[in-house]
Design a protein around this ligand. Structure first.
Ligand SMILES: C[S@@+](CC[C@H](N)C(=O)[O-])C[C@H]1O[C@@H](n2cnc3c(N)ncnc32)[C@H](O)[C@@H]1O
Ligand code: SF4
Length: 451
């Protein structure tokens, strides 16, 4: 059974070989390379080898990602690993496990002395942690790995749980970038997508956030939510512009296979109004233009900022340029010294591993030089520009030669232009970037599942 689709593809929307038919369901967003499904349990042994026998002191920037897998309720479209209805005791136990996991890494030769340059608390809904639990988490982690010298500390919030007291705790503990998940300002669309807040809750949360004085506030919207109309989406964009956050992020709705929304579509619900991918791109394109007219600068396929110099998103920029990342918590993934690895996904197994003093890793992948080049090239495409010289110097390979075939395909579609200092995406290219990144993959990875 097909869901109701408002808006058919426009003639301008061609397909490339990495872009078969654009089904409404399935993954769209690409967060790394090679795909997670190629990571294996056999490669996990390489992680402790790397941690205990580092090749050389590393000058690569190191970031910390902390996953908080709790939400008040699950939204219909969401695929992040998170659970609703966990007790306070469970959250406290989880916080202890996070600190103990960090300690395990800090005790290794590879990570004992490295400074933390950026931090990201993501979820789930990190702001759901009760105030005392939140304060304890921040304090315990910093006792093990202080982030006083970090350039950026990000924290994700949802409107109902962003209270004045929690915002103060965050600011007092060095959080510099607060991200608020709004998605839309239309109450009816919020309800249809299983969000627990209403537009009025956003105003309350925003006051608390502004009162705490974070240098950067980001607001997340989604384009293409169930029940969205062009008018409701544009009103949301205008409302955000009126609020004037330093950063605005707009994701195109994806409906991964394991989400409640996908199950509803599979079981034949016919009253689910969704728009097609070309429509999402068209609306996002209009939103970017409106943001630009309001003084914002588009700085990636998903975001615009008020001041490019002051409001950089260091976590994203650093990761996309090859920084190391240590991920803590269930399902978190890390990238250290060219090794990808991901944690177990069940809380119970996670607790057991950490309690026994074992790293809670379930799968890993060791990238060779060419895979690292592909990874950085495609991630930087998501920022709209690839500095080719920098990659050439880093990897000793000319990216323009290595990727000549896919680049020519994109050029013919007018999705890129090559300029003196690299490869720059056109706006049309930027709006569909995750759709064509597979063209740059090694052929053995092109058909691999995302997760
Ligand atoms: C972990 S959530 C942010 C914090 C909080 N849990 C919330 O939802 O307000 C990260 C962001 O991912 C985006 N997101 C989640 N599921 C998505 C989907 N299926 N398609 C597109 N964006 C999605 C939303 O914009 C959301 O704000
Ligand atoms: S979108 Fe946010 S609040 Fe909703 S289920 Fe996902 S992580 Fe939780």
């Amino acid at each position: 059974m097909h869901p109701k689709v408002n808006g058919e593809p426009t003639p301008a929307d061609g397909c490339v070989s990495g872009d078969v038919g654009e089904p409404l369901t399935g993954n769209y967003f690409i967060s790394t390379y090679p795909p997670f499904s190629t990571w294996t349990s056999e490669a996990v042994g390489a992680v402790s080898q790397m941690l205990h026998n580092p090749k050389a002191p590393s000058s690569t920037p190191l970031g910390l990602y902390v996953h908080i897998p709790f939400c008040v309720e699950r939204c219909r479209y969401c695929y992040y690993l998170s659970h609703a209805g966990k007790s306070r005791r469970h959250m406290d136990e989880y916080v202890d496990a996070l600190a103990n996991e960090l300690r395990l890494y800090r005790d290794t030769p590879a990570l004992s002395n490295r400074n933390i340059r950026f931090v990201y608390f993501g979820g789930g809904t990190p702001s759901l942690l009760p105030s005392e639990t939140l304060a304890r988490l921040l304090e315990r982690l910093q006792l093990i790995a202080p982030w006083t010298a970090a350039e950026e500390v990000c924290f994700e919030c949802a409107p109902k749980t962003a209270t004045t007291s929690k915002m103060k705790i965050l600011r007092d503990n060095g959080v510099t970038r607060l991200s608020l998940g709004v998605q839309t300002f239309n109450d009816d669309v919020l309800r249809q997508n299983g969000r627990i807040h209403l537009a009025a809750d956003v105003d309350r949360a925003y006051e608390a956030i502004r009162g705490a004085g974070f240098p950067v506030v980001n607001i997340d919207l989604i384009v293409g939510l169930v029940g969205e109309t062009e008018a409701s989406f544009m009103e949301s964009v205008d409302h955000v512009i009126f609020m004037a956050p330093e950063s605005v992020t707009i994701y195109q709705l994806e409906i991964p296979l394991n989400t409640p929304l996908c199950h509803a579509l599979d079981t034949g619900s016919t009253d689910i109004a969704l728009i097609s991918w070309p429509q999402k791109r068209r609306r996002l394109g209009i939103a970017f233009t409106r943001l630009e007219e309001a003084g914002y600068t588009v700085r990636s396929a998903y975001s615009a900022v008020r001041d490019e110099k002051k409001h950089a998103f260091i976590y994203q920029d650093a990761l996309y340029h090859g920084a190391d990342l240590l991920g803590l918590g269930v399902a978190s993934f890390s990238y250290l010294d060219g090794l990808h690895f991901q944690n177990v996904t069940s809380d119970k197994t996670y607790f057991e591993h950490v309690r026994c003093g074992e790293l809670p890793i379930r799968r890993a992948y060791e990238l060779d030089n060419e895979e690292r080049l592909i990874r950085e090239f495609i991630l930087q495409l998501k920022l709209g520009h690839v500095d080719v010289d920098r990659l050439r110097n880093r990897f000793g390979v000319d990216p323009l030669g290595r990727f000549a075939t896919p680049l020519e395909e994109l050029r013919q579609n007018r999705w890129i232009q090559s300029d003196a200092d690299g490869v720059t995406l056109s706006r049309e290219g930027l709006l569909r970037v995750d759709r064509f990144l597979r063209l740059f993959y090694r052929s053995c990875h092109r058909n691999a599942k995302c997760s």
